[in-house]
Design a protein around this ligand. Structure first.
Ligand SMILES: O=C(O)c1ccccc1NCC(=O)[C@H](O)[C@H](O)COP(=O)(O)O
Length: 416
C-alpha cells in the first residue's frame, strides 16, 4: 500500500494533502423563486425573547448560507470543479454566488441526486410558532436523495480526518476484492456472490429480526460467498461500521465491501480504518470528478471501488472514467423501489457491453435476484458477479439459502 497522505497535527496539517473535495465546498447553484406547490410542514415554538420583541426566532441551523439570503432558494452540489467558486463565496470575497438551474447541474455533472437540501422560502412566524413551507426545493425527490441529504448532515458530526491517521496505520491489511470475485467465477463458472449483511431497508423494512452480523457473515462464507457487502448506514438500513471490524475480527476471510452512501472522502478513510476492502460509489450521487478523485483515494488506500449505475446515462459516464474495475448495475428503481432485472441486460447490450469487455471491467448485477433463473438471466446478460441481500437474509439460514439461489451448492467444500 502506498503511504497515506495524512498528516499528524491539528487543526489542518500541511501533510494532510487531501485534494479539495474533502472540504466539500458547496457551490450555490440554484436561485429559484419557485415556491409552489406549498405545504406547511413544520411548526416550532419561536424563541421567546424574539417573539416578545416581535421578530422571528433563530433560523433553523440547516443550510446557514441560504438562511442569510432569505429570498433565494439554493441547490448545492459537491464537486472539485465547483470548489474554487464556492470557496470564494464561502470566504465572502467572491461577489454574488454563481447561478445555474438545477437541470443544468444534472446536465453538467450527470448526477440525479441534488447534493444538499435547498431551503426553499424563508421561515414564516405566526405568534409563537415558526412555519416552514414544503416545496420542491426543500423536499427530497426520492429515497436516495433523502438518504444522501441526511448523510451530508451526518458528515458534519464526523471526527476530523487527522484523528484517523493513527488508527489507520493499524488497520487490517487490505484483501483483494476483485481477485476474490475472479477466483470464485473461475472456480464455479457462475457469477461470484457478494452476499449482503443487511438487517433492514427503506423499501422492505426489517428483513431479519434476529440479526447477528458475524454469524451471518460466517455462514455466507462457508456456503460459497466470494465477498461480503456490509451495510453501514444506521438510519435507513440499521447497519453499522462496527459490523465491518466485528466480522473481520471473527476470522472471516471474505473481502468486505463497505455499503455506504459515500458523499465525502472522509468516509473512504473511515471505511478502510474499520477493515473494508472495497467501497460503493454511486454515480447518481457523485459527479464524475468526485468519482475520479475518490477512485484515486481508494487506490492509495488499496481498496477496490464498486461504481454503481442505474441507467444508460450513468453507465456512459462511468465508462468514460479511467481506472474503473467494477461496475454495479442496480436493478432497483429509486422512485418506485420496483426491481426489474432486465435493467442489467438493457445496460449491457451493444456497444456498452463491448466497451466493458474491452476494458476488462467486471459487472456486478445488483438487487432483486431471487432464483437460479434470475442468476442465469443476468449471467447471460454479461455479469460476472451478483450482489444479493433480501433473498438470502430472509431465509432461516442465509448461508444455506445460497445453494437455493444458484441451483447448486457453490461452497468451496463442495468443490474439494
Ligand atoms: O434496498 C433498498 O431498499 C434501497 C433503497 C434505496 C437505496 C438503496 C437500497 N438498497 C441498496 C442495495 O443496493 C441493495 O441492498 C442491494 O443491491 C441488494 O439488493 P436486494 O438483493 O434486493 O436486497
Amino acid at each position: 500500500m502506498e503511504a497515506l497522505a495524512i498528516g499528524s497535527a491539528p487543526p489542518r496539517p500541511p501533510g494532510l494533502a487531501l485534494p479539495p473535495l474533502t472540504r466539500h465546498h458547496h457551490l450555490l447553484l440554484h436561485r429559484s423563486k419557485i415556491l409552489a406547490p406549498r405545504r406547511l410542514v413544520a411548526a416550532a415554538p419561536m424563541d421567546a425573547a424574539a417573539a416578545a420583541a416581535g421578530r422571528g426566532g433563530p433560523a433553523p441551523p440547516r443550510c446557514a448560507r441560504a438562511e442569510t439570503d432569505s429570498e433565494d432558494a439554493v441547490a448545492t452540489a459537491s464537486s472539485p470543479h465547483s470548489a474554487e467558486a464556492a470557496g470564494a463565496a464561502e470566504q465572502g470575497n467572491g461577489g454574488p454566488a454563481p447561478v445555474a438551474d438545477a437541470a443544468d447541474v444534472e446536465g453538467v455533472d450527470g448526477i440525479r441526486i441534488r447534493r444538499r437540501p435547498v431551503t426553499g422560502p424563508p421561515v414564516h412566524y405566526v405568534g409563537p410558532f415558526q412555519f416552514r413551507l414544503e416545496n420542491e426545493g426543500n423536499t427530497p425527490r426520492n429515497i436516495l436523495e433523502r438518504i444522501v441529504w441526511d448523510k451530508e448532515a451526518e458528515m458534519k458530526e464526523r471526527r476530523p480526518l487527522y484523528m484517523l491517521k493513527g488508527p489507520l496505520e493499524n488497520a487490517p491489511p487490505v484483501r483483494d476484492f476483485v481477485g476474490a470475485l475472479k477466483a470464485s467465477f473461475d472456480r464455479t463458472g457462475l457469477p461470484a456472490l457478494i452476499a449482503e449483511v443487511k438487517k433492514a431497508s427503506p423499501s422492505r423494512g426489517v428483513l431479519r429480526e434476529d440479526f447477528e452480523p458475524v454469524q451471518i457473515a460466517q455462514t455466507y462464507e462457508k456456503n460459497g460467498a466470494a465477498c461480503l457487502s456490509v451495510l453501514t448506514d444506521a438510519k435507513y438500513f440499521q447497519g453499522s461500521f462496527d459490523y465491518l471490524d466485528a466480522i473481520r475480527n471473527a476470522g472471516v476471510q471474505c473481502p468486505l465491501l463497505c455499503k455506504e452512501f459515500i458523499v465525502d472522502a472522509w468516509q473512504l478513510y473511515y471505511a478502510r480504518l474499520k477493515g473494508a476492502d472495497a467501497v460503493l460509489l454511486i454515480a447518481a450521487v457523485l459527479p464524475d470528478l468526485d468519482i475520479k478523485y475518490m477512485l484515486k483515494i481508494c487506490k492509495i488506500l488499496g481498496m477496490a471501488a464498486l461504481v454503481e449505475v442505474h441507467d444508460e446515462r450513468e453507465m456512459d459516464r462511468v465508462l468514460g472514467i479511467d481506472g474503473v474495475q467494477l461496475i454495479g448495475i442496480n436493478n432497483r428503481n429509486l422512485e418506485t423501489f420496483q426491481v426489474d432485472i432486465s435493467n442489467t441486460k438493457k445496460l449491457l447490450e451493444g456497444e456498452r457491453g463491448q466497451t466493458i469487455a474491452q476494458k476488462g471491467i467486471i459487472v456486478v448485477g445488483e438487487s432483486g435476484l431471487f432464483t437460479p433463473d434470475h442468476i442465469s438471466f443476468v449471467q447471460n446478460a454479461g455479469v460476472k458477479a451478483v450482489l444479493v441481500g433480501e433473498s438470502l437474509i430472509k431465509q432461516e439460514d442465509p448461508g444455506k439459502a445460497i445453494a437455493g439461489l444458484f441451483g447448486k451448492d457453490i461452497s468451496p467444500v463442495s468443490a474439494a
